[in-house]
Design a binder for this molecule. Sequence first.
Ligand code: NAD
Ligand code: IPM
Ligand code: MN
Length: 355
Amino acid sequence: NRRYTIAVIPGDGIGKEVVPEGVRVLECAAALYGFTVEQRWHDFASCDYYARHGRMMPEDWKERIGSPDAIFFGAVGWPETVPDHISLWGSLLQFRREYDQYVNLRPARLLPGVPSPLAGREPGSIDFWIVRENTEGEYSSVGGHMFAGTDREVVIQETVMTRFGVDRVLRYAFDLANRRPNRHLTSATKSNGIAITMPFWDQRVEAMAARYPDVRWDKYHIDILTAQFVLNPDRFDVVVASNLFGDILSDLGPACTGTIGVAPSGNINPDGTHPSLFEPVHGSAPDIAGKGIANPVGQIWSAAMMLDHLGETAAAAAIMAAIETVLKEPGLRTADLKGKAGTEACGKAIAEALR
Ligand code: NAD
Ligand code: IPM
Ligand code: MN
């Protein structure tokens, strides 16, 4: 019997509403496909935990998490009580760095039945992967804040790129492009303005491309690339980007395919030295939290990505098919897709479709 230990961390806001739906579908897939999921729930990495303990996670969080096969994460952040940079650097960004999850893999796919805000786009016409660098780049703690509160105040935040760090994410992206039918890779750059790190990024892309003669590749500056996402999303296959550019593109891509509420992500440690973490792209959505109306599809699709990662490819494909079946029914969609279904009704419908 195949058995997987999964650390389940709901976090804050709608994370606590969508994670149970993800787990519901996961359990259902396990029963149908003959494997077992052992869940280990944790209440840390949340602002509730912060309120009780004055920190986002216990000092021994790594011991508490142990070595699960994967981490199933909701969302974190409650800016009303904890400033976002404190809550995120104290939790999610720790996981990404400490577990060396250097790839953040995020699909943009127009699913059947989901209306795109872009005119004339058919299901299947938008289908690409964003490969976001996830451990360095613009997300850095190198810098300083001097003369605070005076009129000489200075703030500096350095972008850090290492050859090791850039090359490994590029290798992952080129490998992925090489396995796709179109074998096309696009690099997001800004080497015209960000004149030290971005020319370096371009240079490493060129060096990596030389090792993948079958992959066609191009690059766009990030400004025009955002326009291309909206104007010609069918042009993309694999898009590789630095940490910040990848963050921005991975809200824009899913928005072009209907709603960020369906977008999943894998924070992947491809070397297998640490667990990978699967979570929706969206955040804790304080504006709709507690109402039971959040779209659970991003969380459920993240469960499918997690199963794919664990080698349960048939179960993963079945979850995707169930998601598509349900999204084709306007009555089973949530409010962000102009439907009337609540989080639980939508999650239950997907579990039902899976059966
Ligand atoms: P957000 O993604 O939480 O919300 C943006 C908008 O999208 C909101 O209007 C929200 O209602 C809507 N939305 C998001 N997910 C939805 C869903 N599943 N169904 C329906 N509507 C959905 O982004 P934000 O408002 O910028 O951030 C809120 C908090 O979440 C902040 O604390 C932020 O730092 C945090 N955050 C966390 C993560 C994460 O844990 N990975 C990601 C992004 C933001
Ligand atoms: C995401 C989020 C995080 C990020 C924030 C909450 C730090 O926006 O996962 O996309 O910027 O990576
Ligand atoms: Mn983001």
